[in-house]
Write a protein that binds this ligand. Sequence first.
Ligand code: HEM
Length: 218
Amino acid sequence: MRSFIRRGLSSPFAKPIAFVLALLPFVWLVGGAELDRRGANPAEALERSSGDWTLRLLCIVLAITPLRTVAGLPELAKFRRMAGLFVYFYAVLHLFAYSWFDMGFDLADIGGDIVKRPFILVGFTAIVLLTPLALTSFNRAIRALGARRWQLLHRLVYAIAVLAVVHFFWMRAGKHNFAEVAVYAVVLGGLLAWRVVQFVRKKAPLRLPFAVNWLQKQ
Ligand code: HEM
C-alpha cells in the first residue's frame, strides 16, 4: 500500500493535481456555489470560508513533516512550499474580503478596527507574520538567508498557528460556539506537541553525556 502511495506521490502529475485541489475552494467560493448554498449573506460566507480554508491549509502544512516521518513518505516534502503559499493565498483572500465587504477599503476604518477589536488584531498579526514566510519561500531567498536563518524564520509558523486558533476562538467567544475551534485546537496542538517531542528527542542524546558525567561525580 505504502509503495503504491509513494509511486503516486512521485508521479509528475502529483504536484499539478495538488495545485488544482488547493485551488478548488477558491473556484467554489468565487464561482458562487458556496455563496448560493449559504444563502442569506454571500459576503459573510466568502469572508468566513476563506478564514476556514486558511486554517485548514495551515493544518495540512504542519501535518506534512509528521506524516512524512511517521508514515515513511519522504515524497510529501515537495508539497510543503506549495501548501504554505496556498495558506498565504487564502489568508490574503480573507483579508481582502474583510477589507472590501466590512470596511469598503477604507484604510482609516481598517486601522481603527484592528486597534479596537482584539480578535482582528490577532488575525492581522498572523497575516503580518505569514508575509515574510511567503516572501522567503523561494530558492533564491533560502540561499540568500542561509539554511539556518531560514529555518529559524520559518519556525514562526508555530506562532502563526497559535494566533490563528486564538483569532478563531475570540471570534466565536461572543457566540459561545466553540465546537469547531476545539477541533482545530486539538489538531494543531497535537501537531505542535509532535514537534516538541522530536526536538526534545534530538537534544536528549547531546545532554546525556553531561548528565551521566554529573551523576558520576556525585
Ligand atoms: C492567518 C490568518 C488568519 C486566519 C487563519 C483566520 C481564520 C479565521 C477563521 C477560521 C474565521 C472564522 C470563520 C468561520 O466562522 O467559519 C475567521 C473569521 C474572521 N476573520 Fe480571520 N483569519 C486570519 C486573519 C484575519 C485577518 C488579517 C483579518 C482582518 C484584518 C481577519 C478578519 C476576520 C473577520 C472579520 C472574521 C469574522 C467574519 C464574520 O463574522 O463574518 N482575519 N478568521
